[in-house]
Design a protein around this ligand. Structure first.
Ligand SMILES: Nc1nc2c(c(=O)[nH]1)N[C@H]1C(S)=C(S)[C@@H](COP(=O)(O)O)O[C@H]1N2
Ligand SMILES: [Mo]
Length: 218
């Protein structure tokens, strides 16, 4: 897969719809090391040293309108470079989404690197999102389009199996996957399973969900 040159189309409820070259997205942007816990919906976890910057920084530049309630990420689906997508295991391209307040939260980052190096192709080069209080599948890799929308987007796993996978996908030890418990996780490199913590141990996001039934909005 060729991660350069790369551009991202910004569309929908936004003051300045445009195609952004990756260099322009990064222009003047300070990159930060962010060491995050990463929790897979399949009950393993690891600690990941991302390199990136707040998604909010980019959102402020493109100026969403008052109608923008959600953000939708569409990712590269190029059968020439990605022969695997000829196998219709999922409906491609892979799509993910966040509510605007989740997207604007300072913990939500656009990622361009890993372990202090440029992001490898398999980890979502050249641009992916990281949302550390949500299961890994919310982390859209190789983003080619960012769309601001009024209605909640249909993300790929919800489309594939809405009973198993919801839109929110917040790490929650009290809401089990239909086929396994989410109360524990296997941290890669450790022998014994550890307890999973609410919002993956990021309680600062709890206020985003005040009053919501997180069993219903899983
Ligand atoms: N573009 C894109 N991003 C994606 C996916 C995908 O299929 N395409 N799959 C998601 C899921 S379900 C998982 S498990 C991880 C897989 O990341 P990995 O290939 O680094 O293991 O990426 C997430 N982001
Ligand atoms: Mo996955």
């Amino acid at each position: 897969m060729k991660p350069a040159p790369w551009s991202v189309a910004v569309e929908g409820e936004v003051a300045k719809p445009a195609v952004w070259h990756l260099e322009d997205i990064l222009k003047g942007q300070t990159l930060e090391d962010r060491i995050y816990r990463h929790r897979c919906v399949e009950a393993w976890s690891m600690v990941i040293p991302w390199v990136g910057f707040p998604l909010a920084d980019f959102i402020k530049k493109v100026q969403p309108t008052a109608k923008a309630k959600f953000i939708e990420f569409t990712t590269l689906a190029d059968a020439g470079q990605m022969p695997g997508i000829r196998f219709p295991s999922l409906r491609w391209p892979y799509v993910e989404g966040l509510r605007m307040d989740e997207a604007m939260h300072p913990l939500t980052i656009l990622v361009v690197g890993l372990y202090g190096e440029v992001l490898p192709n398999q980890d979502g080069a050249p641009l992916r999102v990281a949302v550390p209080w949500k299961y890994g599948f919310k982390h859209a890799k190789s983003i080619v389009k960012i769309r601001f929308v009024e209605k909640q987007p249909l993300n790929t796993w919800q489309d594939a199996n809405a009973y198993y996978y919801g839109f929110y996908a917040n790490v929650n030890p009290e809401v089990d996957h239909p086929r396994w418990t989410q109360s524990r996780e296997r941290r890669i490199g450790e022998l014994l399973r550890r307890k999973t913590t609410m919002f993956n141990g990021y309680p600062e996001v709890a206020s985003l969900y005040a009053g919501m039934d997180l069993r219903k909005f899983y």
